[in-house]
Design a protein around this ligand. Structure first.
Ligand code: MF3
Ligand code: CO
Ligand code: CO
Length: 290
């Protein structure tokens, strides 16, 4: 690409005024094959307009999460929360990305107690005192995606459940703190995993975070365990989720053979999850949905 061409990122600016210095820095890096270090593909690097669009999807997504959390009380069915969130996102001009995603039947995921993720809202599933639940919402706006989830504690929950919810949030925050431009993705899993294991918990490895933005699930897969200095290089303009699923018991999970979606802990012990959509900036990170 010549210096006066338009930049590959789609900004409309000349290459020399846009990603030329970025590419020079990238070209200096020696990727260590034995550490699984890889160069990020251009298609997952967002320009200013892309980031603005993901941020706007994130604003609706955060509002939808606020609504869902405010409704999560004993006696409320997960169907009611799903319906309200569906209408909220549609009224805001967005689309609830989970609806019809690979055949998923509802607008959001609500995963209670031993359900790790992908719980399907239903009239028959009624929240009760002592439950812990993850509410996971993704919004599409103008073709861009923002994805986040939060835990809710229904009424009074056991001290054990409360500790799992708190430590899982800390795992996510420590993972996000490890996201740094020109560092490697393995740092994120190393930070998440160390905190979970130190607290006597296990980390789900069958599922993980992901690139997000121009599509729902993009490269890279984001593991929540790992080794510092391994995996994909993190560079400014990447957007990804950090969404550790942390179990009280073993990390083994089983997918419900009836509905094909609901993921449960194999030992039926509790699981918790928190998720944010994060932008890698020149200096660190910015939260785009939480
Ligand atoms: N929001 C989930 C994630 O964090 C994906 C849910 S896909 C669905 O990646 F089909 F189950 F909705
Ligand atoms: Co999600
Ligand atoms: Co996600």
């Amino acid at each position: 690409m010549s210096r006066n061409d338009l930049c590959w990122c789609g900004s409309g600016k000349k290459y020399k005024k846009c990603h030329e210095a970025f590419d020079e820095r990238l070209d200096e890096i020696k990727f260590d094959f034995f550490k699984g270090q890889v160069r990020p593909p251009k298609k997952i690097i967002n320009n200013k307009e892309d980031i603005e669009a993901i941020r706007a999807a994130g604003v609706i997504n955060d509002g939808a999460l606020d609504l869902a959390v405010s409704m999560a009380k004993p006696g409320v069915s997960t169907y009611e929360i799903d319906k309200a969130v569906h209408d909220y996102i549609m009224d805001a001009g967005g689309y609830p990305s989970c609806l019809d995603y690979e055949g998923f039947p509802k607008s959001i995921c609500i995963s209670i107690n031993d359900v790790v993720c992908h719980g399907i809202p239903s009239k028959k599933t009624v929240l009760k005192e002592g439950d812990i639940a993850n509410i996971d919402i993704t919004t599409t706006l103008n073709g861009y995606y923002a994805d986040a989830s939060r835990m809710v504690m229904i009424g009074e929950v056991s001290p054990e459940a409360e500790r799992l919810v708190r430590v899982t949030k800390e795992c996510m925050e420590l993972g996000i703190a490890a996201v740094k431009p020109w560092h490697f993705l393995g740092d994120v899993g190393a930070a998440c995993g160390a905190h979970a294991h130190k607290n006597g918990y296990s980390v789900v490895t069958d599922l993980g975070g992901h690139g997000v933005g121009k599509d729902f699930h993009l490269e890279p897969f984001v593991p929540h365990v790992g080794q510092v200095g391994t995996g994909m290089l993190l560079v400014p303009g990447m957007t990804l989720t950090v969404e550790p699923m942390i179990n009280e018991g073993s990390y083994h999970v089983v997918v419900d053979q009836g509905d094909g979606w609901t993921v449960r802990t194999k030992d039926h012990k509790l699981s918790a999850q928190w998720e944010k959509t994060i932008l890698v900036t020149e200096t660190g990170t910015e939260v785009l949905s939480s």
